[in-house]
Design a protein around this ligand. Structure first.
Ligand code: ARG
Length: 461
């Protein structure tokens, strides 16, 4: 069996055949294709569309074919076009004509949609459990560094002190939303398209519900035309993956900055860094850089599929075959990025002497000093202005807040007294004790909440 050529008088041009083939990428759907075919054959047998004996023969052969593929014994040939034809051709080789009955009441259009949905459901589960592992790593690192304060930044300028744990838990929240998005996407992926035929449904008394049940789908698609032409579930996975990669890329960027000599907040484990071929002193954060880099590739694939689907008339068009390569690439990139990130976070060391030093420089307590004046009755805007002038003066004298004499403070406001020296990095974070704030008490609560969320369920939520 080769490509379907029934009504044609010529074989396909070799180049055209290679061009239209997709086996180089869709072989990855083999186990899903076989699972779908087994469920379909069983249903055909039960419904009396084929005999029970024929169904058994087909199912047994399909099970053997799965073995052959897993053991690398089945060679995929480009002239067989795709995974569906490859498996069917092997089935015919094994059982003869009866194998040809498998494709009763089915089209490759509903078949490929089914395979992809089965694959996507697995990919979502994989993403959820890897996201959970990364969240766990962040929580562990946050717990271990609960007393570490870093300067928080806006515009990449030192802004206010925050707990490193609070900063890390910000990423926990992003990943939590990523999980929510994948779970949401799962709901719309969890729909059986088989039974839609080429586009109009099939002219046999099939039992879609039993197939859905066997394959673990909670619903059957309500419109055959939509079911064979819809790739929203792939796009949703890809969009969720893009957002997730964006989050990873932001943390990767911070890790790159933090591990530089200029910041020196962390040291990456040797296992996650690389040397330079020319500069012996280098320890490069290549892993983080590649996560940042691969984010672009994931966005690109999302954009490619959006563009492919745009303006396609109903129902199936061959353009849709272009969905797979980019999708598989995203699935692989996302999973490997999440896994490697988890290891990188787990093994990195925080250099507390440097984080400490960074909070002592750069006037990160300026807001607290303004707040101090506000508590003594000064309107915030005036207090802001006083502290801004005070900083101008201190910077010129090259003094930190603690190095300024009280008399120097008092030149800017008579409200300053000795209590101004009790404003510290610790008092600053402790003061931000409202819900969602960086006070140690709040962050400890946030950590327990996060641990509880991770401990809670088995579906990765
Ligand atoms: N390889 C095809 C794909 O991935 C399978 C569906 C083929 N359908 C068709 N009408 N040519 O989209």
């Amino acid at each position: 069996m080769s490509q379907i050529r029934g009504r044609f008088s010529k074989a396909a041009d070799k180049r055209a055949a290679e061009f239209t083939a997709s086996i180089h990428s869709d072989w990855r759907l083999y186990s899903h294709d076989i699972a779908g075919s087994i469920a379909h054959a069983r249903m055909l047998g039960k419904q009396g569309i084929i005999t029970g004996q024929e169904a058994e023969t087909i199912i047994k052969a399909l099970t053997d074919i799965r073995e052959e593929i897993e053991q690398g014994k089945l060679e995929f040939k480009p002239e067989l076009e795709d995974i569906h034809m490859s498996i069917e051709a092997r089935l015919l080789e094994k059982v003869g004509e009866v194998g040809g009955k498998l494709h009763t009441a089915r089209s490759r259009n509903d078949q490929v949609a089914l395979d992809l949905r089965l694959f996507t459901k697995e990919a979502i589960s994989g993403a959820l459990s890897s996201l959970r592992e990364l969240q766990q790593a962040l929580v562990t690192k946050a717990g271990a560094s609960i007393d570490v304060v870093i300067p928080g930044y806006t515009h990449l300028q030192r802004a206010q002190p925050v707990l490193l744990a609070h900063h890390l838990l910000a990423y926990f929240e992003m990943l939590q939303r990523d999980k929510e998005r994948f779970n949401d996407c799962f709901k719309r992926t969890d729909v059986l398209p088989l039974g839609s035929g080429a586009l109009a449904g099939v002219a046999y008394e099939i039992d879609r519900d039993s197939v859905a049940k066997e394959l673990g789908f909670s619903r059957v698609s309500p419109n055959s035309i939509d079911a064979v032409s819809d790739r929203d579930f792939l796009l949703e996975y890809e969009a969720a993956a893009s957002l997730c990669m964006m989050h990873l890329s932001r943390l990767a960027e911070e890790i790159i900055l933090w591990s530089s000599e200029e910041f020196g907040f962390i040291e990456l484990d040797d296992a996650y860094a690389t040397g330079s071929s020319i500069m012996p002193q280098k320890k490069n954060p290549d892993t983080a850089e590649l996560i940042r880099g691969k984010t672009g590739r994931v966005y690109g694939q999302l954009m490619a599929l959006l563009t492919t689907m745009k303006a396609l008339p109903l129902a199936y068009n061959r353009d849709i075959q272009e969905d797979k390569e980019g999708f598989f690439d995203i699935v692989d990139t996302l999973l490997s990025s999440l896994k490697v990130f988890t290891g990188m976070i787990t093994t990195l060391k925080v250099k507390t002497e440097n984080t400490r030093k960074a909070t002592e420089q750069g006037y990160v307590l300026a807001t607290d000093i303004a707040d101090y004046l506000v508590k003594k009755g000064e309107p915030f805007r005036t207090a802001h202005d006083i502290v801004a002038r005070l900083i101008g003066y201190a910077a010129e004298k090259e003094k930190t807040f603690t190095q300024l004499e009280l008399t120097e403070y008092q030149r800017f406001s008579p409200l300053f007294d000795n209590n101004v020296y009790s404003i510290t990095v610790e008092s600053s974070v402790a003061a931000r004790n409202n819900a969602g704030g960086t006070a140690p008490q709040r962050v400890t609560e946030a950590l327990s909440r996060a641990k509880k969320m991770l401990g809670g369920s088995t579906d990765g939520n």
